[in-house]
Ligand binder design. Structure first.
Ligand code: CA
Ligand code: CA
Length: 286
């Protein structure tokens, strides 16, 4: 078995090297890029030495895999209620054991949008003209954003985790989105998100994978979300900035927690409240 294993290891390596050195073959650039999918997409970035541009917008995603090969500054998770293509398709919650417990969902209705307090779709709402702003979040309803009960009931093990499954391409405008950075805006209502984990999925069809599908790949840890800056409740700045590495996905899973570390006047630790997350594909400096 071991001998066969090494053949499988060495063969793709040899092919990848061949693709990189074949500098005058434009198709060779493409095959080199796809070889990068197995590991980090950094392989695509370094391919520029051959002369054929493999990552034109320098976002770490090879051109032949990049939904926006020429670059994009859009918020890739803008919801349908504020002019985008993203929509929450599932919300749920789990106990510390990992067991699902929907009783911890505060509001589950997926039909209500930006203008209502504490509903899931609110997390994808950001009004013009800051919809695509990496620094500012604007709401017409300051309490809009997915919400879960954060404190475990007696007998239930914590921490409670709130889940959202998002379809980033719920209309025909895209098949997948590319991103390498998340920006998370803090809630100023009566709860917080202190930690957030992001996952992606290989599914590109119209049927979303369930929150607990085995095909989810986590692309971050439970990252700390800071206090943020409350301008006037309608406008919030100072987002947490999370580097995710270069990613392409249609479906995004978000896992939110409130560990009470931001407790204060507007957080009694009873709720995980998730104001806004935006995804961007940032170009590295030339
Ligand atoms: Ca690219
Ligand atoms: Ca791109």
């Amino acid at each position: 078995m071991k001998n066969w294993y090494w053949i499988f290891m060495v063969l793709p390596l040899a092919l990848a090297v061949q693709g990189c050195t074949d500098s005058d073959d434009t198709n060779g650039g493409g095959s080199g890029g796809s070889a990068g999918t197995g590991g980090s997409a950094g392989a695509g970035g370094s391919g520029g030495t051959g002369g054929s541009v493999m990552d034109a917008d320098r976002d770490g995603i090879p051109d032949d895999e990049d939904p926006t090969p020429n670059g994009s500054t859009n918020n890739k998770l803008n919801g349908t209620n504020s002019g985008g293509a993203a929509t929450v398709v599932q919300t749920t919650a789990t106990l510390g054991t990992g067991e699902e417990d929907v009783d911890y969902i505060y509001e589950s209705d997926l039909t209500l949008g930006c203008d209502d307090s504490w509903y899931p779709q609110g997390t994808l709402c950001d009004e013009p003209d800051t919809t695509d702003s990496p620094t500012t979040s604007t709401k017409t309803e300051p309490d809009s954003g997915a919400t879960w009960y954060a404190a475990p009931d007696p007998g239930d093990e914590g921490p409670i985790t709130g889940f959202l499954v998002v379809d980033a391409c719920s209309d025909a405008s895209c098949e997948a989105v590319d991103f390498n950075e998340a920006r998370v805006f803090q809630m100023f209502s009566d709860g917080k998100t202190t930690h957030l984990r992001i996952s992606i999925h290989a599914e590109r069809g119209d049927t979303a994978p369930a929150w607990d599908d085995a095909g989810w790949t986590t692309v971050t840890d439970f990252e700390t979300i800071g206090a943020g800056t409350n301008i006037d409740f309608f406008v919030v700045e100072g987002p947490a900035v999370i580097s995710t590495g270069p990613r392409v996905t249609r479906y995004v899973r978000l896992e939110a927690r409130n560990d009470g570390s931001l407790a204060g006047d507007d957080d009694d630790q009873s709720y995980t409240e998730f104001r806004s997350v935006k995804l961007f594909s940032v170009s590295a400096p030339e």
